[in-house]
Design a protein around this ligand. Structure first.
Ligand code: AHR
Length: 499
């Protein structure tokens, strides 16, 4: 018999949810920038070339933070190529992805786009082919008020006031041999410490993110975190982690279980950070920046013409099953709200993204848009301890996979409770039985679900085959909530205080 039991108490809290966990990512890669957020000449483009149709979808998605400009791209990027009059900017071979970078969009365009959307920028500096000096010059360009070479250059380029960029990534995936300027842990730890030191001397108000392992499968995982963090401890505030789930063998039960790896990876990263804190007997705690996460496998092996501009690469078209896995990854992030303070769905537009566009044409929502959208809309406030007991299953990779994956969030004012639940079972509906302690006066106001689709169903510009449905409201009897979760479904149940 399949079952899912949950106990929630308004007093049992995991931690405050930092809004930055609903962040995303734009890299100079494929059509993320060119043909994605920026397309001068498009009928919906404004005077800056920003696509307003895409901007409207991003606003609706509720993304408060965007990481930029990479990704692998940043490890070969000279930010000075991307400033000043556009016609004078150099065209460059872009070695991370084998394309040509026209540099017509750069730091100023990105930061103006962020201001236009009310989004907080998270900038990455080049610590692959770049230097600590290049990094501190960029901070001066962005954040220094004026009266120096780089701050005055920003003014000359049209932005009088400093941008005040607060969050800075110290390179990208520096443990990976695929990275331009890849380094071993000691080399990277020293480069990152020096860069962060100079950047913070330039602007002491900034926060920095050290590159953790680019994946849980890296043989260096753990040692990398311990070594780099020990060297850079005094100069950094967060350590990054990246995770993408693939679906190599089309074994659906296994694929739907992949969120358990997200849970395991987050816990392991936290353990590695706390190990260094303990070893140093430090009072300073380092938190997690999960700054690339998603499902990614549909576009593997796709071919494109080498050195062309803005090719169609990494354009995964997501299906219904992918949306469920994204829902479980989001749940894992919410369950660890006390330590995961930043998270970026990678990426935002066209490149492994919730939003797709046609060059010169329409923009639309992929299946994975929806679990993210509802979390960013309803999961603000306090993450509650999810004391759960569910039936379980085994796959060839995982054992004891919960049939139902859950998270729960209480709004800041304490008047709303949102429960997120993914039923992984392919055939059976499962009744979620939740005991709600200290929620007197609450009533159920919503049950939204993604359900009833074939795992392979996708969305296109013409048809939103996978989209949310409003369900009949679940029963609430005293403190006992009973909600039917359809087989293979993502669900959000909302309760509000009515007296
Ligand atoms: O998001 C796509 C790529 O995945 C990024 O450039 C890199 O950081 C990661 O390996």
């Amino acid at each position: 018999m399949k079952y899912a039991k949950l106990t929630l108490c308004s007093e049992y809290k995991t931690g405050e949810i930092d809004r930055r966990v609903f962040g995303s990512f734009i890299e100079h890669l494929g059509r993320a920038v060119y043909g994605g957020i920026y397309e001068p000449g498009h009928p919906a483009a404004d005077e800056n070339g920003f696509r307003t149709d895409v901007a409207a979808l991003i606003k609706e998605l509720g993304v408060p933070l965007v990481r930029y400009p990479g990704g692998n791209f940043v490890s070969g990027y000279n930010w000075e190529d991307g400033i000043g009059p556009a016609h004078l900017r150099p065209r460059r071979l872009e070695l991370a992805w084998g394309t040509t970078e026209p540099n017509t969009f750069g730091t100023d365009e990105f930061l103006r786009w962020c201001a236009f959307l009310g989004i907080e920028p998270m900038m990455a500096v080049n610590l692959g082919t770049g230097t600590p000096d290049g990094a501190r010059r960029l901070v001066e360009y962005c954040n220094h008020p004026g009266g120096t070479y780089y701050s005055d250059l920003r003014k000359k380029n049209g932005t009088e006031k400093p941008y005040g960029v607060k969050l800075w990534c110290l390179g990208n995936e520096m443990d990976g041999t695929w990275q331009m300027g890849h380094k071993d842990a000691a080399e990277y730890g020293r480069a990152a410490a020096e860069a962060a030191k100079l950047m913070k001397w330039t602007d002491p108000s900034i926060e920095t993110v050290l590159c953790g392992s680019s994946g849980w499968g890296m043989s260096t995982f753990g040692d990398w975190e311990a070594t780099t963090l020990d060297i850079a401890y005094d100069h950094v505030d967060y350590v990054s982690m990246h995770q993408y789930h693939g679906n190599g063998d089309d074994y659906l039960e296994n694929f739907l279980a992949k969120g358990v790896e997200t849970e395991g990876f987050i816990k392991s990263v936290i353990a590695s950070l706390d190990f260094v804190q303990g070893k140093r007997r430090s009072k300073k705690r380092i938190d997690v920046s999960f700054d690339e996460w998603n499902v990614w496998y549909h576009s593997h092996g796709a071919e494109f013409e080498k050195w062309c501009e803005a090719p169609h690469i990494l354009e995964d078209i997501y299906n219904f099953a992918d949306a469920l896995v994204v829902g479980t990854m989001m749940n894992a992030i919410l369950r660890h709200a006390d330590r995961v303070k930043i998270a970026c769905l990678a990426q935002l537009v066209n490149v492994i993204a919730p939003i797709m566009t046609e060059n010169g044409g329409r923009a639309w929502k992929q299946t994975i848009y929806y679990p993210f959208y509802f979390a960013s809309r309803y999961a603000g406030g306090t993450s509650l301890l999810t004391l759960s007991d569910t039936s379980k299953y085994d796959t060839k990779w995982y054992s004891d996979v919960p049939d139902v994956d859950m998270s729960a969030v209480m709004s800041e004012d304490g008047n709303e409770l949102a429960i997120f639940a993914v039923n992984r079972d392919l055939k059976d509906a499962i009744t979620l039985e939740a005991k709600l302690l200290e929620f007197d006066g609450f009533a159920v106001t919503k049950h939204i679900a993604l359900e009833g689709n074939d795992p392979e169903d996708i969305n296109t510009a013409d048809e939103q085959k996978v989209s949310p449905v409003e369900k009949e409201l679940p029963q609430l009897d005293g403190m006992q909530l009973k909600a039917k979760l359809s087989p293979m479904s993502w669900n959000m149940i909302v309760l509000r205080r009515i007296k």
